[in-house]
Design a protein around this ligand. Structure first.
Ligand code: KIV
Length: 263
């Protein structure tokens, strides 16, 4: 696979070419993903669940993310790597800069932060300091204790309007990519059409520019439950390489996610 940059993601959006992303946490799997032409890898704080076996992502540290970002970069020199800032590592612009710098030095191409309008100054400051930002809206797992569980967001008119407005404001502040998690497919479609930046969906229907799934869910080996929007591609194909390629091809051809795997 050739080296992937933000320009590729932008071009794919303009061309309407859908792209696949997968979470990754180590060198061996990121090497497999690279060999199967997965252009975007997300080193997510989902590692708290799938690697550390915890019930939420809240206990993940910046050091954990640095370590796993280094591992993933070692296995995939070419993928575009988005690394998560974990819970309470970006609650002020200063802490955000310090935490983000560590992840960029570890090999990330872009840093992901969960949150709406309260993050606008932070996104501006990080962008001005040459840290490309991926915003994350919809279901934000770090806010699980506010929601009282992992629930689909944006189902009411008021919630949908708030998510749309936050997306526009974060783009305006400088965010270069948006992840939308667990929102109705119709809302994700509207936001994807409205924004100029690439939108990557997870549980957000088939119309976003890209899709991302947690690798353990694709392979059916999650320590926790497998969400209803995900699919066990390994069970369908019989090898890890074939599962990853089938997932990529179905995203590119827009046969995944279908209605059964959307809200
Ligand atoms: O933590 C994570 O892995 C994520 C992706 C699923 C987008 O946020």
């Amino acid at each position: 696979m050739k080296k992937i940059t933000i320009s590729d993601l932008n071009n794919w959006k303009v061309l309407g070419k859908k792209f696949a992303a997968i979470t990754a946490y180590d060198a061996s799997f990121s090497k497999v993903f690279d060999s199967q032409n997965i252009p975007v890898l997300v080193v997510g704080d989902s590692l708290g669940s799938v690697i550390q076996g915890k019930p939420t992502t809240l206990d993940v540290s910046v050091d954990d993310l640095v370590y796993h970002t280094q591992c993933v970069r070692a296995g995939s020199p070419n993928a575009f790597i988005i690394s998560d800032l974990p819970f309470m590592s970006y609650h002020t612009p200063n802490t955000a800069c310090e935490s983000a710098a560590k992840l960029m030095k570890a090999g990330a191409n872009m840093i992901k932060v969960e949150g709406g309008s309260w993050l606008i100054d932070t996104v501006k400051i990080l962008t001005e300091r040459s840290v490309p930002i991926c915003a994350h809206l919809g279901l934000m797992p770090q806010a699980v204790n506010i929601y009282g569980g992992y629930k689909v967001q944006g189902k009411t008119e008021a919630q949908a309007t708030e998510i749309m407005e936050n997306a526009q404001q974060l783009q305006q502040a400088g965010a270069k990519v948006l992840v939308l998690e667990c929102v109705p497919a119709k809302l994700a479609q509207q936001i994807t059409l409205e924004l100029n930046i690439p939108v990557i969906g997870i549980g957000a229907g088939k119309d976003t520019d890209g899709q991302v799934l947690v690798m353990h869910d694709i392979l059916g080996v999650s320590a926790n439950y497998i969400p209803r929007f995900s699919r066990n591609f390994l069970a369908e194909t019989g090898s890890i390489e074939a599962a990853v390629t089938k997932y990529r091809e179905e995203v590119e051809q827009q046969t995944f996610p279908d209605d059964k795997h959307s809200f």
